[in-house]
Design a protein around this ligand. Sequence first.
Ligand code: ZN
Length: 316
Amino acid sequence: MSPHPLNSPAAPILSYPAEDTYRPTGRATAIGLILCLAGGLLAAAIAAAGAFAWVVSKLPSWLVLPMVGQGVGVGLVLAWLFRRNKVRSSAAAVVIGIVCGIASATLFHFGLYVRNALVVRDQLRQDWRQLGMDQTPTGRQMLDQIGSHPLQLFDRTVIFPRTRHNGFLGYMMIRGTRVQVMALVQATIVAWLAVALGRQTTAKPFCEDCGAWFKPPVNAAVLPADCGGALAEAIEADDPQRVYAVHRAAGRELGTSCAVARVHACASCGKQYADVVIVASAGASRSQRVVRQLRRVSPETVTALKWEAPDPAPPP
Ligand SMILES: [Zn+2]
């Protein structure tokens, strides 16, 4: 195994250590992005239908719960699509998430618009029946005709006379400020969740040489939290001896928080990156804080992190 280029004496001084930190390249194929957008819009429609059914069925909604469900649904589908289509572009994830979030909120209100139109139609039919219009064949025919175009009927009898606008736009104007503000809040919540969940995926490590995502990380070293800084420095230096030294100096008690060095490896070429997170658990909740971003490490450093090879103890 040749020494790491930055550690070898021949390495040019100009090489900058930050190059060894993993950064997403922002790449994605056009066809991949189109598939993500199409799939995301489909998910947006299904999530809108779910939120609509929830609100209409009068289940307890606590105002924002259906919206949060809508956003989580769209976000999880987008995350899956980005991973499947190998999207490493955070900007693309943001744009697609916003488009799908706004589409989902709009479709939700479009559903309410259609439902309102049907209510108006049924009300009119009932009124006319009470006037005895269904007693004659002509009257029955008129009732059927009116019933077959509920959106036009809604336009002519309610929306246009009140707003001088037609269709969905006019309907949203009738609904008043409160519903308009709620629609904006809904679009914001759904878009924000879709972006947050989707973008995480695009930042995951990807091997550009092999065209594949890295394997899920493994916890190579779990040490007391106060070792986090030393562990991060040893990884930064990609120095197995320093990693062994951290292991030897570490206490055995982990307490409620610990420093974890995670190793992410490419399944094909074996390229490895390590990061350090402080994991704190209080009761059932766990929080995680990254103290060292993904850094390229040598196999020797990984072996030292796992403390698998016999520890080369210093000579007596
Ligand atoms: Zn690879």
